[in-house]
Design a protein around this ligand. Sequence first.
Ligand code: ADP
Ligand code: MG
Length: 730
Amino acid sequence: MSSQLHNLSAATKYRKNSIDKITPPDLEEDFGVNTFSIDEMRKRLPKVVLQGMINCITKSAPIDTQHAEIVALTMKEWALERGATHFVHWFQPLTGGTAGKHDSFINPTDVGKAITTLRGSDLIQGEPDASSFPNGGLRATHEARGYTVWDPSSPAFLVENENGSFLAIPTCFVSWTGEALDHKTPLLRSIDALDRQARRVLRMLGENVDRVQTTVGAEQEYFLIDEEYYYRRPDLFNTGRTLVGDAPPKGQQLDDHYFGEIPSRQLACMLDAEKELYRLGIPVKTRHNEVAPSQYELAPVFETSGIASDHQQLIMITLKRIARKHGFVALLHEKPFADLNGSGKHINWSISTDSGTNLLDPGTTPHTNLTFLIFCTSVLRAVYKHQDLLRISVSSAGNDHRLGANEAPPAILSVFLGSQLSGVYQKLINGDELSSDKDADLFLGVSMLPLIPKHAGDRNRTSPFAFTGNKFEFRAAGSNQSLAFPNVVLNASVAESLRDFANSLRDALNGKDKTDPQVFKTTVLEILRENAKEFETILFEGDNYSDDWHEEAEKRGLLNLRTTPDALSHFDSEKNSTLFSSFGILTVAELKARQEIALEQYEMAIDIEGQTLKNLTQTQIIPACFEYLNELTQTASQARLVGMNVTPKSPAIRTATNVSKHLEALIDAVEELTKELDTHVEDLQENVQHKKDGVIPAMLKVRSIADELEGIIPQTKWPLPSYSEILFIH
Ligand code: ADP
Ligand code: MG
């Protein structure tokens, strides 16, 4: 059966039996039922233990080991009541995914008897093999010991499936020598670092708070395609993206998909996934069609960054799993289809106190809001100083296809502030009297309609790092990545700016009358002005997609690290090592290990893509072309047999010549690709360069010829479902 017919049957089959099966969730009753939440603890834990847990969650106070014993017992009871049989120390190794080993609650006693247990020590510490996860040389094969350590700040949760459930305990993953082997550990360390510096600054402003947290809400883009197409495309199931595929006549040029009506089969799938996410206490809030056909977006309400990061992993896992139930595959790759928009993950990020005051909320008159100006300035300085790290934090083979491709911000970091705030900073830099200009409310020309208060600035979706009213939005992250490292970089670099600000203020006030508010304010503004002059070049309000900006950015001396290899070479610089080690977030060894893992991941991703393309071309595309060629030559010889005049201009011969010409070029290109893939480069950095400069161009060459052939070979003979089928039949 041709691939197209196959999927027509899939799409029609669906209509018969699927839509009415999803019962909508009870939003209030179901929310969080699968988490061992503070509410659940309140029902079960003795008061003092409960308070200990609350202090731990909201203020990062350490947990008492005796309390852990009681928490473990209650957690087990709760899980057993809910049908769980096993528990898992759930962690986030540097693969970017999640991992864990299932342990049964069972504990044999007398011969033939057993009880269930979860001891405090089981809760606090696990011991998985550390040598089988990426460790960047921190662990050798024979040095296998590693630990998972309970993270009480992130709620334990139940993972349900058709045949039962298990209890997942969020943990950090470290080596026997205490080095972080995961994404979670440095994230928690960076949250602490930012908390310490932010509270110090607030104290200088006369405000005492218990805890400062960063908040994160990440918008997740993804594609939903029919699974039958997926399995007919070895490129998709081996690499997550299509390695060949002729551009469809109708792509996204009509702008008819964005915010359009969500088809009912997809809507059922989304609702089903959301239902599960609600049960896990994940506040998914918005859903809509994205720009490309079959592309969608989902966003939760923001949470504190440790929890948001765990929840983001769960969102990705759940989307993938539930999609399969509905006969779809959720593609989270950053660029599944050439010539169509790829998928990103916008990281909305802010800083707030434990009582919920958003420190990046400017209010209506930002120029008078000293706290806001200090925190905002710290962020701007952090972005300026650590452009390279922010770029590194979103680097991957997949994301290289997006950044700078007219659908996502370029690889150059800059900040968009919006007209009001941009005006304030301009005045600050010029040394003018500060003021905040605000536009009048909008009148729509209809007396019945209300006046609309305008935001303090327009949107600029081309900016990689935009101020959006009371938070920043970092838009360069890839759809498939963990939130953790970009947040580590943000937290660490802002902590550094806050520390430097606090030191400068302390020194500048030395010998002055600190109690005089006017003296205090002038001193603060003078420091902010010095900062602003330093980072002025990072501010840009214009079109980040334009060529002019690339030229302008170069003149300004901003970094433009176009590819992952370019970015990763900056990873272990003196500046970066100092930043992370001075706050105890990553040691030099941990940093170097991360660099090595990222290099390896890039190198392996490209190698897998190259091998897949080679096999696909040799075993499917070339044979299909030969089949057609054979058919054409038979047509010609049969014509001759029945006495027709066959010349080089005859249709069959002309077509055969064209196919043959392309086929020859394709075979040459595959040979070239094979040569590049077989080239052995010992040194990791050099191997990465070779993948970028040798393998990727060879793949593009194969692709361009294969895509031309797709337009020549009969559709019934082409072995792969086309872009049009994948994107429009579902
Ligand atoms: P957009 O204009 O980009 O659609 P939304 O207001 O819908 O912005 O928010 C997008 C994301 O930003 C959501 O996940 C939302 O929860 C998150 N967000 C809103 N306020 C904050 C904040 N203070 N800190 C972090 N994220 C936030
Ligand atoms: Mg947004």
